[in-house]
Structures are given as C-alpha cells and as structure tokens.
Design a protein around this ligand. Structure first.
Ligand SMILES: Cc1cc2nc3c(=O)[nH]c(=O)nc-3n(C[C@H](O)[C@H](O)[C@H](O)COP(=O)(O)OP(=O)(O)OC[C@H]3O[C@@H](n4cnc5c(N)ncnc54)[C@H](O)[C@@H]3O)c2cc1C
Length: 328
C-alpha cells in the first residue's frame, strides 16, 4: 500500500516523462508511468523486423546544457550511450560536404531506446495503457485506459508527458490555461523509410542532411557503435513533404519513398518498412520548458515545450519535476 500523499501519475514514458519521473521518485514522490506502447522511450525508438533492426525515430543526440551533459555522462558510464563518430555531410546533386558539429554526437547502446530503459529500470511503468480519459473528484485524479477501463488507483498529481495535440485532448476540458498552451505550438509529421540492403551502399558518409529530395535526412544505422554489421539505412522525409502526404496510407506512400531512396542512393532496398510519425517535431522552439496548472495539480512536459531534441525533452521533464517539488 502507498502511504505517501505525493502520488503522481505520469502519462507518457518518453525521455521527458522518464526524466520527470526519475527526479520526482528520487525526492520521495510515488510515481506511476502509463504508456500506450509496449516499451519505454517514445520517439527514441528502435524497431525489430525478424532478421533486421534499426533506430526508427531519433538517430543521435547532443548535450549542450551542463545538466544534460552530466546526465549523459552517467549514461556513458552505465554503457547505455556512446559517442558516434560517423561522417555526417550535407548531400545534394551527388555532392557530399562535411557538416561538422560543435558538440559530440551520442547514440544509445545497443539501441536508441537504451537510455530510456536505463532511466526506467527502477520506475513503475505500466505499458500498453492508452490513457483515453481523466476524472477529477475530491482533489484526486483517476485514469481510464482503452485496455482496462477506469483504473482503481487515485493520484494527487498528474503529469502529461505526451505531444501537445494528445495532451490537449485529455486535459483541455479541465484547464483553459493548459489547453491554450497546447494550442500555441504546431507539431510536424515525418514519413520514415527503414531500408535493409544486402550490400553496403557505396556512399562516402554515414549520415546526411539531404537537399533536393523527398528525404531531408539519411543515416547508416550500422555505422553506429554496437550495431549489427549488415547494412541498414533510415531515411526521413522532409516535414513539408510529410505534411502534404499526412493523410495518405502507408500502401500509397511506400512506393514513393522507395523510388526516392533509389533516386538518391542508386540502390533499391532489399527489405523495407515505413512509418508515419504524426507528431515528430516542433515547428519552432518553445521558451516555456514546461507548463503547470497548480489549481488542478497538473503539469505538462515534453520536447514541444522546449526543443524537439532528446536534450530538450529530458530538460523539460527535469525542470517540471523541480517545479513540482517546490510548488506543490
Ligand atoms: C523521425 C524523428 C527523428 C528525430 N531525430 C532526432 C535526432 O536526431 N536528435 C534528437 O535529439 N531528437 C530527434 N528527434 C526528436 C526526439 O526524438 C524527441 O524530441 C524526443 O524523443 C521527445 O521525447 P518526449 O518524451 O517529449 O515525447 P515522446 O518520445 O513522444 O514520448 C511520449 C510518450 O507518450 C506515449 N503516449 C502518447 N499518448 C499517450 C496516451 N494517450 N496514453 C499513454 N501513453 C501515451 C507515447 O507512446 C510515447 O511513449 C526525432 C524525432 C523523430 C520522430
């Protein structure tokens, strides 16, 4: 039985929800996370397709804020992240030009989900719980999921660590303030092609910011440390192209993505998968970092309140946890 009066439900176990949960639990809150997926990590995703696998969402991350730098140092120490020294270029019209970074590029080890799994290791995460409704009675929150109906547990505090559109659907009827904050931002989609090739692609780089194509970026997954050796590439369509094709089916889009991949690389994938990230990235960075409505004890965090990066999402969750500790 939970005896603390600091019970917190966090909806979403992406890196923002996990960072918030970790910080709150460290300071005595009783935290339960709920996620609709089978595992943690959200858009830091990795997919397995029988005989092959690849990072599917975020391809790498950087750490510029000292707080996040020290978090990443712990991930490296725990061997769930490593620097990635792949050659990254801008690529267009057959020409590749180096694109150096002022910051180290890191990847999860052995997959981009690994830092999230590391953060979740001592947390109570309820996966395959799609939250479809919230109820507030006697200053307590109750949660209804698609899979199990209304859950018996009640919580003093609630955190929404999910993209803005999904957060608004759940909290809009309870808080005009939070609803308005959700409506401030635009999140852009991204069609993604994952390609397996029997032979290595004869391209002189490991990742590229692409110009003049359906795709805006390419990454050679097997160039990252601790990955399988066979050749896999992840190609992400530009946000503009993805937005123009957001209502198309996978069946319609996949042949277009394969043709664009062939035009760009000269090779047709031997195996492929495609996916639409409906809320992939934020249109413009946000200065808020997090949002809080103390009158109903609800906070919101996520990349969409800071910047669409792993670092932005982690910082948003961490800063919300700090604020909750002080405010509530
Ligand atoms: C294609 C792509 C490429 C990217 N590339 C990079 C990159 O190279 N570098 C970089 O730093 N960042 C990159 N990003 C951005 C980065 O992945 C995100 O900014 C970050 O992972 C967002 O974390 P989050 O916790 O805010 O949200 P998410 O990771 O989206 O987590 C939200 C979680 O909430 C869950 N959820 C949603 N609704 C519900 C509900 N109703 N009930 C229960 N659970 C729910 C979801 O399943 C998910 O697990 C990329 C993103 C995409 C999509």
């Amino acid at each position: 039985m939970i005896l603390t009066n600091k019970r917190v439900a966090i909806i979403g176990s992406g890196i923002a929800g996990l960072s918030c949960a970790h910080e709150l639990q460290t300071h005595g809150f009783a935290v339960t996370l709920f996620d609709k997926s089978k595992g943690v990590g959200g858009r830091m995703s990795h997919r397995y397709f029988g005989d092959w696998e690849a990072d599917h969402g975020a391809q790498y991350f950087t750490a510029r804020d000292p707080l996040f730098q020290s978090e990443v140092a712990q991930w490296v120490q725990a061997e769930v992240a490593k620097p990635w020294s792949g050659r990254i270029v801008t690529f267009g019209g057959g020409n590749a030009m180096d694109k150096p970074s002022d910051a180290t590029r890191y990847v999860g080890i052995p997959a981009m989900t690994s830092p999230a799994k590391h953060l979740a290791r001592n947390l109570n995460v309820q996966t395959q719980h799609t939250v479809v409704d919230l109820h507030r009675t006697n200053d307590l929150w109750k949660i209804t999921t698609k899979e199990r109906g209304q859950l018996p547990d009640a919580f003093e505090y609630l955190v929404l660590a999910i993209p803005s559109v999904q957060a608004e659907r759940l909290i809009g009827k309870y808080s005009a303030t939070l609803k308005a904050i959700c409506q401030e931002v635009v999140m852009l989609p991204c069609w993604t092609l994952l390609a397996y090739l029997k032979e290595p692609l004869p391209l002189p780089f490991d990742a590229a910011f692409v110009e003049g194509s359906v795709f805006s970026s390419l990454a050679r997954d097997n160039s990252k440390p601790n990955r399988p050796v066979y050749e896999t590439w992840v190609a992400q369509a530009s946000h503009a192209w993805s937005a123009a094709h957001v209502d198309h089916t996978q069946f319609e889009i996949e042949p277009i993505l394969i043709q664009a991949f062939q035009e760009l690389t000269g090779v047709e994938p031997n195996l492929h998968q495609s996916h639409l990230w409906r809320y992939a990235k934020l249109e413009q960075p946000n200065q808020r970092e997090f949002a809080l409505d103390p009158s109903i004890a609800v906070g919101m965090c996520g990349d969409w309140l800071k910047s669409s990066t792993v670092e932005g999402a982690w910082l948003s969750g961490y800063r919300l946890a700090q604020e909750l500790r002080q405010t509530l």
